[in-house]
Design a protein around this ligand. Sequence first.
Ligand SMILES: [Zn+2]
Ligand SMILES: [Zn+2]
Length: 905
Amino acid sequence: MESLRIEPTERRYNFLSMYDDGYDHAEVERRWQGAWDDASAYRTPDEVEDPTYVLGMYPYPSGQLHMGHVRNYTITDAYARYRRLRGDDVLHPMGWDAFGLPAENAAKERDTNPRDWTFDCIETMKGQMESMGFGYDWDREIATCRPEYYKWNQWLFGRFLEEGLAERRDAEVNWCPDCETVLADEQVETDDELCWRCDTPVETRELEQWFLSITEYADELVDYIDELDGWPDSVRQMQRNWIGRQHGTRLEFDVSGPDADYGGVEAFTTRVDTVFGATFFALAPDHPISEELIEADETVHEFVHHEADPEGDEPNGVETDLTARNPATGEELPVFVADFVLSDVGTGALMGVPGHDHRDHAFAEKMGVDIEPVIAPKPEGGADPEAPDVSEGAFTDDGVLVNSGEYSGVESAEARERLTADVESAEAATQYRLRDWGISRQRYWGTPIPIVHCPECGPVLVPDEQLPVELPEFINTTGNPLDAAEEWKSTACPECGADAERETDTMDTFVDSSWYFLRYVSPALADAPFDLERANDWMPVDQYVGGIEHAVMHLLYSRFVTKTLADHEGLEHREPFTNLLAQGMVQLEGEKMSKSKGNVVSPQAIVEEYGADTARLFTMQAAQPERDFDWSEQGVTSAYAFLTRLKEIVEAYADGEIETGDDRGPTAAYVESEIEAAVVIAGEEYDELVFNSAVREAQSLVGTLRRYREEGTVHGETFERGLVTALKLLSPVAPHLCEELWERLGREGFVVDAEWPESNTERETTEKRRRLIENTREDVRQIIDVAGIEDPERIDIAVTPEWKHEALNVAIDSDAPNVIGELMQREEIKRHGDAAAAYGQELQENREALQRTLDPATELEALRSATWLIEREFDATVRVLAAEKADDDVVKKAEPSRPAIDIRE
Ligand SMILES: [Zn+2]
Ligand SMILES: [Zn+2]
């Protein structure tokens, strides 16, 4: 976990005195929020061609913004503002994921209705967002619970149905008895099978459900993950695992018993190379054969209904009187009904190979089934493979086949290919963990599924012209309110006109969020979900930011829906989000903030006490956006102290309290180079969304200006350029105060509309320059320390003669095994005799580590520009000397980027 970085000067800062000198942040922030609003500063006109689309995952309107929201939306806001400074048109909208269960529960508790409760929450949270100064185009605001929005969920459902991508089927579903609703697989927390909302153990039920065929896109969804190089690897891996594509072999085992012959039963395996080690065959409890056995066999009945526990840690099963013929060996294997075989993954039947699979091994030990090794580790050299001891545990690696008839001696990979070709019933097959997306919810506060059930025609899609199917008034009932809304429910069949009933299920709210990013493009459009041409121009989202908890559900469904819109509705993009950032958590003392733990810090309280700019600056400077960090009072006050100092220095300059002159001396050159450095480095860091480093550059520039001011007279033009630059660099993170100070400096327009400052240097050069100065100062400190100098009077710093720079460059460019010969071919080096030979020897010894340095003139200039810093630190006269002006005895020790230092007491 990244800890807070606090500058030493700030650590010494006395909070009380700072607070006295603080500023009226509330007034400043209100003023500029009003001014931006009046000027529609963040509006994105429909005419712009291809704005940079910056988007934070829209919030669920739960009542109050929490610290996670503040962090998420400060990241997008700072990035959006940065892109504006760079001259981009920016699209930065906000909306509300407004349907969902908590609103329904809250409405029941408070004896109101979900709609009023939701819009109250939206009003509160929108006000909080405005008080944070987030620059959204509120003209594009959406709320998914408005009929104008959810109409298009219904329209989308109709298109899915028409394209054969939606179907209704009987399904065993996850059922939360507490929420009284069906849950998607993704909403069941995997370890303990608990409801993601309320932590109640999830049960199963059989219900007719609507499914969207996301599995049709499984291959594309997994293949395209490789292309998403703007996404974090962790999220990509979670999606791969969730889709769970496995390449393997499907093959048939003939199953028969004393009274029945079931013919070939399909099993899937990724390890057909182990088929000679299969010692049992197992069926899922709901496999059709198991279901027959339940009727006929008391022990199977007993097991399936009373003992089977698919979620248990131990595999359980019961032996039947059936046998299965191994298609590779002809051997008859015992058949079990086992709870670890899942019918919804693969075929619901498997070949058990205890020697080479951990779970099969545990099962075989428990049931007393044979365990046989058929794969040996690949031997070294030409030795014969030796079967491993698998009595205590399975050997699961690939290796060389043993005890496998004509395949013995063949390596696993090749054996898989040959056996898939040779075994008569076998064929290559691919299996997925991904299931179709069950979208039916037996809940009120969601999009009604636009279906009418007709006794004659069956389920009939509500025609587009009758959309939206609007929700009726809320009925407070323990069951599904739509089922209780009798008047609403009864309707006429759109096909035959007969009396019919509406579908009373609503859609999973992940349907709403699977395409909302498209609605922002044309939020008021009445005859289509989105303006196709504009969506083609404006999509995909360039930078998406949200929590890692959405790695699978929301981010996978959005990809799926985008692909279907590309295939059927003319959208020219197959992926919705080019770059994704999953922000870390804001914690308190290392723990996640949560209401139940009572360790919540309210962003509103910070805004009231210190202002939005402080809250924003603190969250951005505390850590890189992906990392977790601890909320800290000290961090907040230090951010506030910095802003106060910034305000003080700008105002002092604007009020003429800082003495300015026209003399551009070496000190001004130093400040100039620090301005250049801050611009180039902060720009690169903002590009990569490393806000803490970008902010650190701006803060260090302000520190430099404060030190410069203490020198007495400053070069006016340079000083003002420094202040203006600092304001521009900080404005993405602390926009209100920067706007206020921009005005104090008499600048035109808004700082948020300003242009990113120009820089005439490269990061590498500025960093070399800084290192040179820092290393030189450190060398002076060490010499004074080691030599025990109490009161240095004069410090001479002598830079290296040109020929050493040249020798260094020759050595770097040279391909020769020994560089000395090459150096001595150059007259200007050779004429330095022993010194040249000695330096050549040193270069030769350090060949691997040699790095290019600043050229001699720049080195001299950089050190001269830092003279004032060294004089200040050591209270001595400092001279920076060109090699030819320095004493020979001194200068001979100098090397490129390592000047010689001579100190006199
Ligand atoms: Zn629940
Ligand atoms: Zn009908």
